[in-house]
Design a protein around this ligand. Structure first.
Ligand code: ATP
Ligand code: MG
Length: 575
């Protein structure tokens, strides 16, 4: 967990950074950034980038800036700025925040540099490296050519510096409609790299911006704004995903064309995270949210950081996952089960154990005194002695899990069946004497006896039982709603669909199964939202934000792999 850089094998980017540190290339220190566009919520792929960028800053005593890459007013919103900031803060709290001396994560904004960026654009014009082009978007596209066919020079490529300066000023002043003109870099229309064929640096967009309001009607393109924002912030290592390697020549061209005085940032590319059963594009996630196919950006089935947090994934588990998958140069697809493994590992150490019966049948103990309740000791976390213990009420009437009883047991069923004893966790041996059924033959309750000498779970005469089951006192149980989540998609690669079929066809219709009235031990009546428990033998569950006083709602965070497999292996329908 969050191991220090010494004693760890370095990924290829840290190897580069370590070499730069050794040769003292950046006397001001190592500076990275995480630059999301505020056009959606962050997802687990972004977590990989956050862990990498903030992790490098931690490992080499540098800095990492959270920067809103906000150059497209049409798609960006303050809601996204806020969610992104909150998600980053949550993910790095207790890890990078302290070590980087960050009191609070305050985002930087590319749009705060619009004045400077405009001045750099003017400087490029003066150097003869940029021109105002009057081709409309369709014409620009045609002139650009294709990967194997060179482009054609724009008829406006040779305008004088004076004319370009004047037109650019008028673009800024709002004299032209959207799409009428662009500012373009003058590079090479025949370049085999299509990004170098006189790329657009500025476009006209008469649109209000979430951060700058209506000050601007021209907005810089990503490629122009990104490298210069990196430069302005003193970024040393600008780390992005592989698809940007074709942009790197342009990144370098712009910085070099300006003859800038300070050391230049450099771009490095790593392989993005892909994960089975998971769609990660913000565009797709936005569709699922907008179309109401999920309950919102923080739906616990989504791979968004907000969704995972609501579901109960600890930040430390997500960071552990990002550490385990490493950072490489080749794209691959990580199995979702690795993330779930990391979540289980963390929760096994930290989550208090409680007993909840999801699918109850009543067991009445005929030889237990009517109306009396006793308090039994239950260990909070066997993995963590410091977590202590609690009292749980035990009485004559209990709820047990329907799947823990069979009227006719097969050879491999060791739990409760008429005439057999099992252990009630933290309590006594319980024996089923007879089954009470209604007129339709459905089980109403089990009549049982217990052995008072087995308090605490062991028999003084050395009698053995083959199974231990969980239970809840019927008199003291609190009712809770439990939301059982399954994968959102039925196929490992949700975007892999036959021609003419939409990825939505792969949505899992069973991804949410609500248990409206599970029976929980009384300690669960309190418990603030976000708190994660292990429901013994059933998995990890987290208090949902929609909980009300008197009716808690729990999200299943993750199953207990082995236990559930055991229960399910014996013919109980998947819950
Ligand atoms: P999407 O493609 O989902 O819309 P994006 O790449 O457009 O995401 P940005 O807001 O531009 O989203 O991403 C911010 C940073 O996060 C970028 O540096 C990007 O490289 C990184 N990032 C985005 N997706 C992944 C991923 N799947 N794995 C690793 N890093 C990612
Ligand atoms: Mg992007």
């Amino acid at each position: 967990m969050d191991t220090p850089v010494e004693g760890r094998s370095l990924d290829f980017i840290r190897e580069i950074v370590a070499a730069h540190v050794n040769e003292k290339r950046y006397p001001e220190g190592i500076v990275t950034r995480f630059p999301p566009e505020p056009n959606g919520y962050l997802h687990i792929g972004h977590a990989k980038s956050i862990c990498l960028n903030f992790g490098i800053a931690v490992d080499y005593q540098g800095r990492c800036n959270l920067r809103m890459d906000d150059t497209n007013p049409a798609k960006e919103e303050v809601e996204y700025v806020q969610s992104i900031t909150g998600d980053v803060k949550w993910l790095i709290a207790g890890w990078a925040e302290g070590r980087l001396g960050l009191k609070d994560v305050e985002p930087f904004f590319t749009s705060d540099y619009f004045d400077q960026l405009y001045a750099y654009a003017e400087a490029l014009i003066v150097k003869g490296r940029a021109y105002v082009c009057d081709l409309n978007p369709e014409e620009t596209e045609i002139y650009r050519g294709t990967p194997d066919k060179p482009g054609k020079d724009s008829p406006f490529r040779c305008r004088s510096v004076a004319e370009n300066s004047e037109l650019f000023r008028r673009m800024k002043a709002g004299e032209f409609p959207n799409g009428a003109r662009t500012l373009r870099a003058r590079i090479d229309m025949a370049s085999p790299n299509i990004w170098l064929r006189d790329p657009i640096l500025y476009r006209i967009r008469h649109a209000a911006h979430h951060h700058t309001g209506s000050v601007w009607c021209i907005y810089p393109m990503y490629d122009f704004a990104h490298c210069l924002s990196d430069y302005i912030e003193g970024i040393t290592h600008s780390i992005c995903t592989l698809e940007f390697d074709v942009h790197r020549p342009l990144y370098d061209w712009i910085l070099n064309a300006l003859d800038l005085p300070k050391p230049l940032p450099r771009q490095y590319e790593f392989a993005r995270l892909n994960m089975t059963y998971t769609l990660m594009s913000k565009r797709r996630l936005l569709e699922l949210v907008k179309e109401g196919l999920v309950s919102g950006w923080d739906d616990p089935r989504l791979p968004t950081i907000s969704g995972m947090r609501r579901r109960g994934y600890p930040a430390a588990a997500i960071r552990d996952f990002c550490r385990r998958i490493g950072v490489g140069k080749v794209e691959n697809t990580i199995d979702l089960s690795l993330l779930e493994f990391c979540v289980r590992e963390e929760l096994n150490r930290t989550a208090p154990r409680v007993m909840v019966v999801l699918d109850p049948i009543k067991a009445v103990i005929d030889n237990y005194p009517e109306g009396s309740i006793e308090e039994l000791d239950a260990v909070n976390n066997p993995e963590d002695p410091s977590a202590g213990s609690r009292k749980i009420p035990f009485g004559r009437e209990l709820f047990i899990e329907a799947a823990d009883f069979r009227e006719e047991a097969s050879k491999d069923f060791f739990r409760l069946t008429p005439g057999r004893e099992v252990r009630l966790r933290y309590a006594y041996f319980l024996k089923c004497e007879r089954v009470i059924k209604d007129a339709d033959g459905r089980i109403v309750e089990l009549r049982c006896t217990y052995d008072p000498a087995t308090r605490g779970g062991n028999s003084p005469d050395g009698r053995k039982v083959k199974a231990t089951i969980h239970w809840v006192s019927a008199l003291r149980a609190v009712e809770v709603e439990v939301r059982l989540y399954d994968k959102l998609f039925t196929t490992a690669d949700p975007s892999d669909v036959p021609e003419g079929v939409d990825y939505r066809a792969n949505l899992n219709p069973m991804s949410l199964n609500i248990v409206p009235q599970a029976k929980a031990e009384p300690s669960l009546a309190s418990g603030e939202s976000g708190r994660v428990y292990q429901f013994e033998r059933r998995g990890y569950f987290c208090v949902d934000v929609s909980s009300r006083e008197g009716k808690k709602v729990f999200n299943r965070t993750v199953t207990l792999k082995d236990e559930l497999a055991k229960i399910e292996g014996r013919g109980v329908p998947r819950s």
